[in-house]
Every structure is written in structure tokens, then in C-alpha cells.
Design a protein around this ligand. Structure first.
Ligand SMILES: Cc1ncc(COP(=O)(O)O)c(C=O)c1O
Ligand SMILES: [Zn+2]
Length: 382
């Protein structure tokens, strides 16, 4: 059985700051929600959080996480590689790629799943569930299997067969809904009526994934800090959908600033397939629905944004950039020609970098980290 970190003191609302007891808040802040503003809660900790030098991978950062011990398949500790040839090509002094595709199921989602499983076990939940047509489903199914927990993946019949096979092989059940929204409606009903334990969001507009899980993404920030020996990047490019990873990385950097390991936060850049976050940064309501084509990059698709994504960008003075679908095949090819075969949603990082260099947002002297969130072996030809 997994035990909560005793430094964990409660949760707070990202928008109104109200504090809440330690519990599950799948639909975020009740006060903001009744005012019409869906927004997530995040945990806060007290006491002396420190990196444990005698531990490996994510266990090094246990004191910053909701559980100091959690089910593991060897996630985290992914390499930060120096992309010298790419840096030369784009006239950048330093360019790094954080290889999240080296996680056990080939994506960053493996940093989230251990905490969902730990929490489900601690709360005696018998069934764990996720609305996903891809990486989150494959990851949660694997971690549930490792812990012997029943897992239901709510998806659509057009799920890529590579993921379908990987999920089914774990023994998880795939449940198909007609529409993407239908996945969230189904999930909501099962969570509220039958007590299934959810990894992901199920309300519209969304708040983001389960906050216990999102905490796992903080470890990406700690690892970047350790690998760069404290000489922090100016920019971190993050492929984004609900903004879980953006928010997690931001919180990780914030933790490092709180314990005085870094003096300034790296600026976060959301990479998206259609203008969503960008429109909100220019004044659109974050609760709007945004349209556009994202068929080639469904992992970062969707028509909505979250409050947490906007906060992560505003709090780091970051920005957002979109990469059009027609650029995606060239993005995949370009990164592959540098040895990095990424899932289409993830390969957008190079398209984003090119755009920002052209706009003069990123300049030669900047230190840049790009998050390679998932490997290309999952992409199935349309
Ligand atoms: C390949 C890939 N990159 C990035 C993301 C980022 O998503 P989020 O912004 O919801 O953390 C996802 C999530 O589904 C993904 O599958
Ligand atoms: Zn609130």
C-alpha cells in the first residue's frame, strides 16, 4: 500500500486561491466552477523538500510528490541530449532535447500514471479509468497491470490499432463511444455513479487531468535542472493539449525557485496544432471552443484549453505557437534525419522552433530545451 507524502498539506485553487483538504478533486474548484470558471486544484506541501541524491529516477524527487513511493516500471530519468547538429543548423548556441519517448510505454504519460495508481490503491478503488485514444490509455493500462488493478480505457472505434493492441494486451478493457465528447460523458457517469477512479478530465470546458497524476510532470523540470547543473534554459518547448505537462513543468521550476536552487523561471512555450492558447493569450475567453484541423496530431488535438495551461505560460512569461498540419510530415522527417523518430504530435517541436527563430522570439544566444514527448513507432498511417 502506498502512503501519502506527509509534507502534503492540502490543495489550492489555481484561480481563487481557496484552500481545500487533501481529497480527490476531479472537477477542480467548486467555488470557481459555480461562478462558471472551471479550474483545477493543485497540491501544496510544507517542510523541507529536497532532492534525494541516493535515489534514482523519479524517486529522487519523492519529497516534492504526493507519494514518495509509487508503482514503477522504470519511468523518468530520461536523457537530455545535446542536439549539436540541429543547433548548428539553426545557429543556436545550445539546444537540448528531453527524450521522454524513452519512458516505459514511450511517452511522458508514464510520469503521471504511477501517482494515479498509487492514489487508486490508497483509496481502495477497484477500477481505474482513463478517457484516451492514445498515450495516456497505453500508459495507465500498463501501470494498472503492474499493480494488478482493473483498468478501463474509454476511447473511440477509430483508435490507432497500435495503441489498441498495446492496451488490450495488458488485459485492460477498451470501451468505445461514438464521439470524443461521449468519452467524457461516459467517464463522468462511471466516476460519479460507480466510483471508478479517473486519471483524466471529464468535464467541458476541461480542467485538466487528475492533479495527483499531473504532479508527476514536475520531475521533468527537476531532471532538466540536474542535467544542466543549474544553468537553466531560457525556453522550454512543450507539445500541449490540456496543458497538464506545461502546468507540471511550471510547478517543478517553481519548486526549484522556492528552495532557492534557481533564481529565474525558464519561459514555457506551448506547441499546439491549432490556435487555441495563442488566441487566449491575445484576449479570447479560455472557456471558448476553438476550431481547426488537427487530424494528423490527435494526441495534442482538441478544441479547448485549460486555465492551468494559460497560468503556466503567463507565470513564466512564455508564449504559444501553432504548427500547421501540412508541416507535420516535414517535421517528422527532419527530426528523424537527426536520429529522432517522434510521434507526429511530438515532432511539432521542430516546426515551432523554426517559427520562433523566424519571429525573433528565440535568438542565437538562448538556451533551448524541447520536450520530445513520444516516439514515432506508434504513428499508424492514415
Ligand atoms: C505525444 C503527446 N505530446 C504531448 C501531449 C501533451 O498533452 P497535455 O498538454 O495534455 O499534457 C500529449 C497528451 O496527450 C501527447 O500524447
Ligand atoms: Zn477557485
Amino acid at each position: 500500500m502506498y502512503k501519502l507524502n506527509d509534507r502534503l498539506k492540502g490543495f489550492y485553487c489555481l484561480r481563487c486561491g481557496e484552500e481545500f483538504n487533501i481529497a480527490d478533486y476531479f472537477t477542480g474548484c467548486s467555488t470557481c466552477s459555480s461562478d462558471g470558471f472551471p479550474v483545477s486544484l493543485a497540491p501544496y506541501y510544507r517542510g523541507n523538500c529536497q532532492i534525494k541524491n541516493d535515489q534514482k529516477r523519479m524517486f529522487r524527487y519523492g519529497s516534492f510528490l504526493p507519494y514518495t513511493d509509487f508503482p514503477s516500471l522504470g519511468e523518468g530519468g530520461t536523457p537530455l541530449i545535446q542536439a549539436r547538429r540541429l543547433a548548428e543548423k539553426y545557429n543556436l548556441n545550445s539546444l537540448y532535447i528531453k527524450n521522454e519517448f524513452q519512458n516505459p510505454t514511450g511517452s511522458h504519460k508514464d510520469r503521471m500514471s504511477p501517482f494515479i495508481v498509487a492514489r487508486a490503491l490508497e483509496t481502495n478503488s477497484n477500477i481505474i479509468t482513463v478517457a484516451s485514444s492514445g498515450n495516456a490509455g497505453a500508459s495507465l493500462a500498463a501501470y494498472a497491470a503492474s499493480a494488478g488493478l482493473e483498468c478501463k480505457v474509454i476511447t473511440q472505434s477509430n483508435i490507432n490499432p497500435v495503441w489498441k493492441r498495446a492496451i488490450a494486451a495488458t488485459g485492460a478493457e477498451l470501451i468505445y463511444t461514438e464521439t470524443s465528447q461521449g468519452r467524457w460523458d461516459y467517464l463522468k457517469e462511471k466516476v460519479e455513479k460507480e466510483g471508478w477512479y479517473p486519471a483524466t478530465n471529464y468535464i467541458t470546458p476541461p480542467v485538466g487531468s487528475n492533479p495527483f497524476g499531473v504532479q508527476g510532470y514536475k520531475t521533468i523540470a527537476y531532471e532538466i535542472y540536474e542535467d544542466l547543473q543549474g544553468v537553466m534554459p531560457d525556453w522550454v518547448l512543450v507539445p500541449a493539449s490540456r496543458g497538464d505537462m506545461l502546468w507540471g513543468i511550471y510547478q517543478g521550476f517553481q519548486d526549484l525557485q522556492d528552495i532557492k536552487k534557481i533564481s529565474k523561471l525558464p519561459r514555457l512555450i506551448a506547441v499546439e496544432p491549432i490556435e487555441r492558447i495563442q488566441k487566449v493569450l491575445k484576449g479570447a475567453d479560455y472557456r471558448s471552443s476553438f476550431t481547426g484541423d488537427y487530424a494528423l496530431t490527435t494526441s495534442i488535438g482538441g478544441n479547448t484549453v485549460t486555465y492551468q495551461a494559460i497560468e503556466a505560460i503567463n507565470n513564466t512569461k512564455g508564449t504559444a505557437v501553432s504548427v500547421q498540419q501540412k508541416e507535420v510530415p516535414a517535421n517528422i522527417k527532419e527530426l528523424s534525419s537527426h536520429g529522432l523518430y517522434l510521434e507526429s504530435s511530438s515532432a511539432t517541436i521542430i516546426g515551432a522552433l523554426k517559427k520562433l527563430l523566424k519571429q525573433g522570439v528565440i535568438v542565437t544566444s538562448d538556451r533551448v530545451v524541447m520536450i520530445a514527448s513520444s516516439n514515432g513507432y506508434k504513428d499508424f498511417p492514415e
